[in-house]
Design a protein around this ligand. Sequence first.
Ligand SMILES: [Zn+2]
Length: 51
Amino acid sequence: MEMFCLKCRKKVDVDNNKIDESSINGRKMLRASCPQCNSGLAKFVKASVSL
Ligand SMILES: [Zn+2]
């Protein structure tokens, strides 16, 4: 999966197996570390919310 690294200032390709899925306040969040600079990446994804 492609995630944007703020430190590298570019999109990096993250191994899907290394992505951590968690949810905060009902929002799904993906966590991973940059394969190039090893800094933490976080990305919010649209969760399927049922109101
Ligand atoms: Zn990076």
